[in-house]
Design a protein around this ligand. Structure first.
Ligand SMILES: [Fe+2]
Ligand SMILES: [Fe+2]
Length: 297
């Protein structure tokens, strides 16, 4: 067996190491995204990548049998989930996951300093991080369009949940850092499981399966880097809190998406979150992503 290259994401790090890793991440992220278009909440390289996908569209061999089943259930589940086919369930699930992301980032975008008023490297990192997240929503939207769903609207959550998401970025960094880190980790776990689900659900649709994987890879590469970056905000006590938050967070979040239990194994996702290290990820993801120095052997 090849020796492991990376250590657990919960590995300890000194303040000095974390300082150096912020600088290193800042270098990485500027390279990775290219020019930052703040007014558009967009990044040069991400924009070009999305354009490439749109200029070379792929379509289903067999169009969705019942797109109305998607449109009826994508914002709120109206039908009994067990009555829906797995493709529809997978697509409504993707939308619901992405919708939570979208609500979270639009609240955070208004709460964090703009680039011109960002004094620290951490502030600048956070601003670009959010622009990347907006790019992800465009990539998710492209996944749905690839499956013929071009009437999708991004709908706010109910007012109480919207308020919770609005308050979250206003918390002091010390309180916000562990849940923000766990949320990134949950994203990576979900994307890894979703990637495998594509193979299972889209057996008869190899072109679309491949395209959805390419779109998802663009997201996962960023999210893997975000896991390390958000971990970098956290000291030893915060890491203990993060570990304790992981299971309840995953359960709470995934319980809110009724499709999840039909499609994915939540216990397995929790286990993968707790034992997360970068060794489990495919080489083509790691190569384009970022890993903190203290997670390397
Ligand atoms: Fe994200
Ligand atoms: Fe992220």
């Amino acid at each position: 067996m090849a020796s492991a290259k990376y250590l657990s994401i919960f590995s300890p790090a000194t303040k000095q190491q974390r300082r150096e890793n912020f600088d290193n991440y800042w270098e990485f992220t500027q390279q990775h995204g290219g020019q930052f278009f703040e007014d558009d909440k967009d990044l040069e390289k991400k924009r070009a990548r999305l354009k490439h996908f749109r200029d070379h569209p792929v379509t289903l061999r067999q169009p969705l049998a019942n797109p109305e089943a998607f449109y009826r259930n994508y914002v709120e589940m109206q039908d009994d989930p067990s009555s829906l086919d797995r493709t529809t369930l997978m697509l409504t699930c993707i939308y619901k996951f992405a919708r939570h992301e979208w609500v979270g980032i639009k609240a955070a975008w208004d709460a964090v300093p703009a680039m011109a008023s960002s004094c620290t490297v951490e502030d600048k990192i956070s601003r670009v991080h959010l622009a990347e997240e907006f790019c992800h929503i465009r990539l998710f939207d492209e996944m749905l369009r690839t499956c013929g769903l071009d009437r999708v609207e991004w709908v706010p959550l109910d007012p109480i949940k919207e308020k919770i998401y609005e308050q979250f970025p206003k918390f002091p960094e010390l309180l916000m850092a562990p849940p923000a880190f766990v949320t990134e980790l949950m994203g990576v776990t979900f994307y890894c499981h979703l990637y495998r689900l594509f193979d299972e659900v889209l057996v008869e649709e190899p072109e679309v399966c491949q395209r959805l994987k390419e779109l998802l890879d663009e997201i996962t590469i960023d999210e893997v880097a975000h896991v390390g970056q958000r971990r970098n905000f956290i000291g030893p006590i915060g890491m203990k809190i993060s570990k304790a938050l992981l299971k309840p967070f995953y359960i709470l979040f995934f319980n809110d998406i009724p499709e999840i239990r039909q499609l994915l194994n939540v216990n397995r996702m929790i286990k993968d979150g707790i034992t997360f290290d970068f060794n489990q990820l495919p080489a083509h993801i790691i190569q384009r992503s970022w890993v903190p120095s203290y997670c390397k052997t």
